[in-house]
Ligand binder design. Structure first.
Ligand code: ZN
Length: 95
């Protein structure tokens, strides 16, 4: 199931996909970013890879092919301190 949710619900993430494939995307994002994030999370919902970095690379590539502008806007939006902190924590926790 795909649901658009308020920023506070999944912040600092832009979108999430849980273990049974339910997807949440933030409703406050620009439309291009929502399309990219949705494509990214849909990829996660079917991916069985175990290594998080490889999963993210594949999901980003899949989203980029469908929504290149959304990908670029997402990258720029991801350069804010709270997003960089999220990536750093993921990197440290290895997931
Ligand atoms: Zn992801």
């Amino acid at each position: 199931m795909i649901t658009y949710v308020k920023k506070e619900e999944i912040y600092p993430a832009f979108g999430i996909c849980n273990s049974i494939g339910d997807i949440k995307v933030r409703e406050d994002l620009p439309q291009n970013v929502k399309w990219f994030v949705l494509e990214h999370e849909i990829y996660h919902s079917t991916d069985t890879s175990k290594f998080w970095l490889w999963r993210e690379i594949k999901a980003n590539w899949c989203g980029f092919k469908q929504h290149p502008i959304g990908f670029i806007v997402t990258v720029f939006m991801s350069l804010s301190p709270y997003r960089l902190k999220l990536y750093w924590q993921r990197f440290k926790n290895n997931k």
